[in-house]
Design a protein around this ligand. Structure first.
Ligand SMILES: Nc1ncnc2c1ncn2[C@@H]1O[C@H](COP(=O)(O)OP(=O)(O)OP(=O)(O)O)[C@@H](O)[C@H]1O
Length: 303
């Protein structure tokens, strides 16, 4: 596995007309990573993906795919990119195999055995000789991904890959994306507004809002920053007053108090409660949902 990042976005700006839509974004996707690209409506995700795929040019800044500059080494950069931005067009009366054969013919560097390999990768081998019109939506999407994988890209970009799928299809797609990462050292960039999905599927995320990346990091790191301790204690008001002398106290659900997770101080807070006659019935560390963090960071509602 190489160490060259699958994707480097370096201080990219994009102006359309007089409006600066992307205001200097930077992030990196490492080999084998599933990377979530998250943001509320109108944040700039589509504009960014259009720049990554070379459909539009950045006003300034650099985009490298597997070390190749999308602006100055377009062909080499695109060789390393597999991309499905919208529902891929497939011929319904041809089989999955014939569809892949059709696309493979457009690039003579793709050997025929690669068709079987990609069918296997997307777990469609058993149905690859059936007509596409008999496929479920999930299978069609996987066939689209198989097509994107034909050229053996280092980076796969999937725009809202679970759109339109039912819950079983979503789970299947999620497992499939996870299984792809790491295989052949492939990295996957997934744009999504389904935060629960991203939380389960991605190693890292970048959160974009109003054309700026406001946070990047591993999902776990980001969530850990907002980790809280829930306290179940009696009498509750006394516990609240004692804890409030030490830290910020908010309401948990029901008769539960919440404080920040401050590893070095929790034991001391607990002792203080007990020494002052408060019975601590339960303490537990709780990670927020990515959705809460996202709302916190973007200060709004997502779709
Ligand atoms: N060609 C254009 N001309 C003018 N404004 C544009 C153009 N394309 C996008 N915008 C504006 O840029 C901003 C970012 O749009 P973009 O489509 O990239 O957001 P997004 O994060 O993909 O949102 P969504 O999830 O709704 O697709 C929006 O305010 C949009 O109105």
């Amino acid at each position: 596995m190489t160490d060259v990042p699958a994707l480097q976005v370096i201080d990219v700006h994009k102006k359309i007309g007089k409006k600066e839509i992307i205001k200097g974004i930077s992030f990196e996707v490492r080999p084998g990573e599933v990377f979530g690209f998250l943001g509320p409506n109108g944040a700039g995700k589509t504009t960014t993906i259009r720049m990554l795929t070379g459909l539009i040019r950045p006003t300034s800044g650099k985009i490298l795919i597997a070390g190749k500059n999308v602006q100055t080494e377009f062909t080499e950069a695109m060789k390393n990119l597999g991309c499905i931005v919208e529902n891929p067009e497939m011929y319904p009366y041809l089989t999955g195999y014939e569809n892949l054969e059709y696309f493979a013919r457009m690039d003579p560097s793709i050997p025929k055995k690669r068709i079987d390999e990609v069918a296997e990768l997307v777990d469609l081998s058993a149905r690859i000789h059936d007509k596409v019109k008999t496929y479920s939506l999930g299978m069609r999407q996987r066939l689209g991904i198989a097509q994107a994988l034909l050229g053996n890209p280092k980076l796969l970009i999937l725009d809202e890959p679970t759109n339109g799928l039912d819950p079983a299809g979503i789970r299947e797609m999620r497992e499939f994306i996870r299984s792809l990462a790491g295989k052949e050292g492939m990295s996957v960039l997934v744009s999504s507004h389904l935060l629960g999905e991203v939380q389960l599927m991605c190693d890292k995320v970048a959160i974009i809002n109003e054309g700026k990346v406001i946070r990047t990091g591993s999902v776990h790191e980001l969530l850990a920053e907002k980790e809280r301790i829930f306290w179940k204690a009696e009498p509750l008001e006394k516990a609240r007053a004692l804890l409030a002398e030490e830290t910020q106290v908010t309401e948990g659900e029901g008769c539960i108090l919440a404080t920040p997770y401050d590893e070095g101080r929790i034991a001391g807070w607990n002792r203080k409660l007990v020494e002052n006659g408060v019975e601590v019935k339960e303490m537990k560390a709780v990670l927020p949902a990515l959705e809460d963090l996202f709302l916190d960071l973007t200060g709004g509602e997502h779709r």
